[in-house]
Design a protein around this ligand. Structure first.
Ligand SMILES: NC(=O)c1ccc[n+]([C@@H]2O[C@H](COP(=O)([O-])OP(=O)(O)OC[C@H]3O[C@@H](n4cnc5c(N)ncnc54)[C@H](O)[C@@H]3O)[C@@H](O)[C@H]2O)c1
Ligand SMILES: O=P(O)(O)OC[C@@H](O)[C@@H](O)[C@H](O)[C@H](O)CO
Length: 393
């Protein structure tokens, strides 16, 4: 079996590609990073390290790669004969790879009637659906009919922390031992050849929202508060009692939303939160706050991990003060190495915090959430000033 996976980065090599290879797929990575592609083709394997107490190591083999910038035709031909296509390139990149996937699927139609599934493993609600929408922009009306019958774009929830890292061998990747990969089984076309660690469900939304609004909400707030307090890593940030308390309370807020919407058992959800905070404290992983905080404009999106649950809670008559404090911290994120942070700060300088929330989170100036974020922004400033006036950015 052949899997084509877009994005040979942290989650591509460390999680999706590794599980596929361990499930006896030959994995063809598609990337635009020359050095990575060359190294994968040279070695055709890489080392996977489980960053836990026992530090298990294994060799992932039967892998190779294509550079989609220089070898488009090869990518198209490989998609045409694949048994599965997956992505982990970043949500913002999905529209940029859609034309290439469309071309591969067009070629496939002329060669075989076999169905194929394309699963976007990105941190957002309905990433595969977004990819499908973008792929359909590149095909004719007539082709759309065949595409709809033959090609599935099941949405998915993926969870495994893979930090940025450097090793002597740049292909080596260390990942946390925990992982979860849940796929919307109702959108699968034909048979999905089994993948170790992948679970298909009939109703993905509760799992997807539980993951995004717990793991990623907590992670983002830890990162933005950690950055504001001058901590370099997620572990250092979550070890700070002030940050841990805010994160715990914010996850209490999203928890009440998730329990209310989907009927999760409160004790089980509390255990889920505890487990996640433990994962942030993993002493065998060093995860930079700037990785987790990356792309603050995307993270401030209307349905994303911060504003998404906060809006829903307000609509239910609840006041998510700790989420609002997390949003205020995200708006303060001014790391110069992050293009979105730079753009965010320019927008704030031009239009104010409320203007930025209107532009990026789809809110209006009168929205209760905007007022709550402004209020919590003042609280955050006071806390930080008391904590360490000299570290206040
Ligand atoms: N790292 C994690 O802990 C984690 C966990 C779950 C989900 N995710 C999600 O997985 C996705 C990837 O995250 P990551 O941490 O692996 O990022 P990463 O930066 O390590 O990897 C992304 C890879 O995509 C490649 N890429 C960029 N543009 C491309 C293009 N046009 N065509 C082909 N390849 C392209 C990059 O060169 C890079 O190798 C994101 O959506 C992220 O939210 C990450
Ligand atoms: O990948 P992002 O930028 O959406 O979010 C950063 C982290 O929160 C994320 O990568 C987590 O490590 C991951 O989602 C854990 O499963």
């Amino acid at each position: 079996m052949l899997a084509v996976h877009f994005g040979a980065g942290n989650i591509g090599r460390g999680f999706i590609g590794a599980l596929l290879a361990q499930s006896r797929y030959e994995v063809c990575f598609i990337d635009i990073n020359d050095a990575l592609v060359e190294a994968l083709n040279h070695k055709q394997s890489y080392r996977l390290v489980k960053a836990g107490e026992t530090r298990e190591e294994s060799e992932i083999d039967h892998v190779w790669a294509i550079n989609s910038r220089t070898d488009r035709e090869k990518v198209v031909a490989t998609i045409a004969r694949a048994d599965l296509v997956t992505t982990a390139v970043g949500a913002n990149v999905l529209p940029l790879i859609a034309d290439l996937i469309a071309e591969g699927l067009q070629k496939r139609i002329s060669e075989t009637e076999k169905p194929l599934n394309v699963i976007a493993c990105e941190n957002m609600i309905a990433a595969s659906s977004l990819l499908r929408e973008n792929v359909y922009k590149h095909v004719t009306e007539q082709e759309k009919g065949v595409f709809a019958q033959r090609f599935g774009f099941p949405d998915a929830a993926v969870d495994c922390i893979v930090p940025n890292q450097t090793h002597d061998d740049p292909l080596t990747v260390a990942v946390e031992p925990y992982h979860e990969w849940i796929v919307d089984g109702t959108k699968v076309k034909g048979e999905l050849p089994p993948v170790r660690g992948m679970k298909c469900v009939d109703d993905l939304t509760p799992y997807l929202e539980r993951k995004l609004y717990t793991v990623n909400t907590g992670h983002a707030i830890t990162a933005y508060l950690g950055y504001a307090c001058g901590y370099p890593t997620i572990k250092a940030a979550i070890d700070d009692p002030f940050i841990r308390e805010i994160v715990q309370k914010a996850l209490g807020e999203t928890g009440s939303l998730l329990i209310d919407k989907y009927g999760f058992a409160p004790e089980e959800h509390a255990a889920y939160i505890t487990k996640i905070i433990d994962r942030f404290q993993n002493p065998y992983i060093s995860d930079d706050v700037t990785r987790v905080a990356r792309s603050p404009i995307r993270k401030l999106g209307a349905n994303d991990r911060l504003v998404g649950p906060a809006r829903q809670l307000l609509a239910r008559g609840q006041k998510p003060e700790n989420l609002a404090l997390g949003i205020a911290a995200a708006l303060a994120y001014d790391y110069e190495g992050d293009n979105e942070a730079v753009q965010l700060q320019q927008t704030i300088a031009r239009t104010g915090i409320d203007g930025a929330l209107c532009e990026y989170a789809g809110l209006s100036r009168e929205d209760e959430l905007v007022q709550l974020v402004l209020e919590q922004g003042r609280r955050l400033k006071e806390v930080l000033q008391k904590k360490s006036p000299e570290s206040l950015r």
